[in-house]
Design a protein around this ligand. Sequence first.
Ligand code: PMP
Length: 362
Amino acid sequence: LAKAVPQTAALYPYVPGKPIEVLLREKGLSRAVKLASNENPYGPSPKAVRAMQQAAAGVHLYPDGDAGALKRALADFHMVEEERIIVGNGSNEVLELLIRTFAGVGDEVVYSQRGFIVYALAAQAAGATGVAVAEADGLSHDLDAMLQAVNERTRVVCIANPNNPTGTLHGVAALQSFLDALPRDLLVIIDEAYYEFVATELGDTVALLQHPGLVISRTFSKAYGLAGCRIGYAIADAGIAALVNRFRAPFNVSLLAQAAAVAALDDGEWMAARVADTLAERDRMERALQALGLSEGHSHGNFVLLRHGDSAQIAAALENRGIIPRPLAPYGMAEYLRISVGTAEENDLFLAALTEIVDGMA
Ligand code: PMP
């Protein structure tokens, strides 16, 4: 143990949302609702479930190590060459692989202070120096300040759009100007884990890929409802994809995940309908939070932000009532809780519990 790499011992661990079983055990409850991990409460397309059932007969064999069918499906979907697709065990793995491939000791990785936390963790794990840039207005990435932070040691710049946990979004024109101002040989990651929730509003971002160092990552975990399968991908320059593939562990995407993702991608209708349900519920939750005086900004993701001076007390009281929120203290946002959008019934349970708690605090 004493021989562990010192940087590893100093790593700040990723703290996931509390599992339902843990809360049930802790509180002796019979039912709990988890609104802590921005999961899709409706689940995946039934076609994806059937594809997994069929693929299950073959799980004694290794999957296609190159995920050929999935890469071809993604390439067709995005109208890019197959060589430009990187697949991973969740987009998390893709992000980590990209950062590890391009940054090491002495290099810098630039991201927003309240940007998705995995950029900081991956930079740290790679031995690189993370450069956290403060937000412009408290929540939104400050693209100008991020540009200022780039220097000759910078190897990677990461933007989450929309961002988790702040829910903020930059338009395509702002992203294009940002890219135009950056050195062309710098790796820039635009993390679009929540893209499907803003597709109508944001429009196509794949055209931004004319910038040679740009990589766009997406996931099947959110809008497609396949978080448990762990499957994400990125579109990059073919040279970048080839480099990342050298670092990638063999068979990093399971057979079931590959089958599910191909089928899910093919059922865009199901996905779009669930996204529409989620957006309607999200806006209803934001209005309810506003009425309680707890709303903060507008979220473009499948989650909302709640702000209160004593958010820890609210979080504990929600948990006592069987609702699991996500405290944002690890992001330096101690006054905030992030609440994922659930089904209408789950959201009703949350809002009823919250109203009761706030009334009790008055
Ligand atoms: N990027 C962002 C901004 C996220 O919020 C998440 C999930 N919380 C991910 C990437 C990673 O998701 P996954 O590994 O499930 O694809």
